[in-house]
Design a protein around this ligand. Structure first.
Ligand code: NOJ
Length: 555
């Protein structure tokens, strides 16, 4: 197995790649129905090639009632009809491969849709039946079973249990749903479930996908006896919550690794495991387990030098112990976009609801964009893999004015209409300047922006791909240049790094004797001696590096 000690040509691809996340519903709509689709992705492969990414990760494209936009899967071995069909998927994979772009899909093993045939069978079956055993059904507490089996809360708000009506018309057992009510959790101690997902893996690997992003990778195994969460987190005594990060999940990944390795061309899996600290992430990346795991601690870092340095150091140390590459990420479809976060000083879960979802009157967008661009050069220079989210290359901000009646995130309803959720980062991509239609998101030119599944802001034409194409200093062109340099610069991607002390509020490191990355969080500084400026995230002031600016130097 290749490792970071080898040179880049001999290293396996998932140690060095830049992976671009496509939120399929919002990327490109080829059939004019206001929702993105598989053919839409295919139509934009040329754009992705020119951008310079190595792989795409496509969010769930399976048949789904879309209660959580595809993360509620009703059939794991087909394509959502709104998005296309299996032939479209095969063609997309083939075309991407022709261009040298790898394809990662999203596997959702913790739960399914309540419309999945297994769950429907479980509902019609008796308590204690083998159909119910594929899920987590329990009798309720209280004299008549009227109380939930334990005190677990759903990630989207409210209790994590829902009571069903039995065939006799009476209230009956409860089932566990860590997410939406329509997303029942599988029972991973059930053999059918294990075998089913092995089939699902083989199905897609045979179809030619290069990897899987594993949704809620830390959630499949629940603590024995489903104990209550203690009222005081201290009582957990450092142990994880009873539904997250249980040792048993690693047994699943050991089996899956064997399956991945049984296919040619280095198939991979990346864990979506919201676990901390980095030493817990490292457990998912031990030899014989998974290949990448998103670095959410880093994603949550504030615009602050010491916070970032600490996150980088911790991750590098923990992952070095298991010989795995770090997977840097600043954006995805679940968090407020970095333009807003970095300006407002928010962590990913931080800030008040008003800061995250308010009108944005406190937002200094120019500064947010400046910081997001500097952050991008930092991320792309760090050792390991980088994951970016569609629209990040356009420096899209969070959309804060989606009307309440257009919000679709299940958190909105489940939180009693308090938490507006994640729609603000999921607004369809503006491809064209024109404000007539959906800024080129849809091929249906009659489709107004408010007809796309989420409405796009009127001003987004100014941020569109078409507009940014023509501006050499645009964020899009900065990403293209940075990704091209990253490709040719053999010291980038996985490999060693060394901190440099440039004093003050300056984060700086070397990737080789002649490659330096500097990000200045503080007052303007003089650049150290160098031969050449390879790229900067904003204009330099002569030989000075302004505040909130990053630069790559040839030393
Ligand atoms: C994590 C996904 O990223 C998120 O969008 C989804 O709602 C949950 N998992 C549940 O599947």
């Amino acid at each position: 197995m290749s490792n970071s000690a080898l040179d880049r040509k001999s290293r396996v691809w998932w140690r060095d790649s830049v992976i671009y996340q496509i939120y399929i519903r919002s990327f490109a709509d080829s059939n004019g129905d206001g929702k993105g689709d598989v053919k839409g992705i295919e139509s934009r492969l040329g754009y992705l090639k020119k951008l310079g990414i190595d792989a795409i990760w496509i969010t769930p494209w399976y048949p789904s009632p879309q209660k959580d936009h595809g993360y509620d899967v009703s059939d794991f071995m087909d394509i959502e009809p709104d998005y296309g069909n299996l032939d479209d998927a095969k063609q997309l994979i083939a075309k991407a491969h022709e261009l040298g772009i790898r394809v990662i899909i999203d596997l959702v093993p913790n739960h399914c849709s309540d419309q999945h045939k297994w769950f429907q069978a479980a509902l019609s079956a008796e308590p204690g039946s083998k159909e119910r055993d594929r899920f987590i059904f329990r009798d309720g507490k209280g004299a008549n079973g009227e109380l939930a089996p334990n005190n677990w809360q759903s990630v989207f708000g409210g209790p994590a249990w829902h009571r069903v009506t039995e065939k006799n018309g009476k209230p009956g057992q409860w089932y566990l749903h860590l997410f939406a009510v329509e997303q029942p959790d599988f029972n991973w101690k059930n053999q059918d479930v294990k075998e089913y997902f092995e089939k699902v893996l083989h199905f897609w690997l045979k179809l030619g996908v290069d990897g899987m992003r594993i949704d809620v990778a830390h959630g499949m195994i629940k603590a024995e006896g489903l104990p209550d969460v203690p009222s005081d987190p201290k009582l957990l005594e450092g142990k994880p919550m009873p539904f997250w990060d249980q040792d048993g999940v690693h047994e699943i990944y050991k089996e899956w690794r064997k399956i991945l390795d049984s296919y040619p061309n280095d198939r991979m899996a990346v864990a979506e495991a919201w676990v901390s600290p980095a030493s817990r992430i490292a457990r998912y990346l031990r030899p014989g387990e998974l290949m990448n795991s998103f670095n959410f601690d880093f994603m949550g870092s504030k615009w602050d030098k010491s916070n970032m340095v600490e996150m980088i150091d911790r991750s590098m140390q923990a992952l070095a112990e298991v010989g795995a590459p770090s997977s840097w990420v600043f954006n995805n479809h679940d968090v407020t976009r970095s333009v807003d976060r970095f300006d407002l000083g928010l962590g990913i879960g931080g800030g008040t609801t008003a800061e995250r979802h308010g009108d944005g009157s406190k937002l200094n967008i120019e500064r947010g964009v400046r910081r997001a661009r500097a952050g991008a050069l930092l991320m792309l220079a760090l050792p390991g893999v980088a994951y970016m989210f569609q629209g990040e290359e356009l420096a899209l901000p969070e959309v804060r004015d989606i009307p309440d009646d257009r919000i679709t995130d299940p958190s909105w309803k489940q939180s009693g209409f308090k938490n507006k959720g994640r729609d603000g980062c999921r607004v369809p991509i503006p491809w064209q300047i024109s404000d007539s239609g959906s800024h080129g998101f849809s091929t249906n030119s009659k489709l107004g922006k408010s007809d796309s599944w989420l409405p796009q802001p009127k001003y987004w034409g100014d941020l569109s791909v078409e507009k940014q194409e023509t501006d050499p200093d645009s964020t899009l062109n900065m990403y293209r240049k940075a990704l091209a340099i990253r490709k040719s610069e053999v010291s980038l991607g996985d490999g060693p790094m060394q901190w440099l002390d440039l004093g003050g509020n300056v984060l700086a490191f070397k990737r080789s004797e002649d490659f330096i990355c500097i990000l200045n969080f503080g007052a303007e500084i003089e650049l150290p001696i160098h031969k050449d400026v390879l790229i900067s995230s904003a204009k330099l002031n002569g030989n000075k590096l302004p505040t909130d600016t990053a630069v790559w130097l040839r030393a």
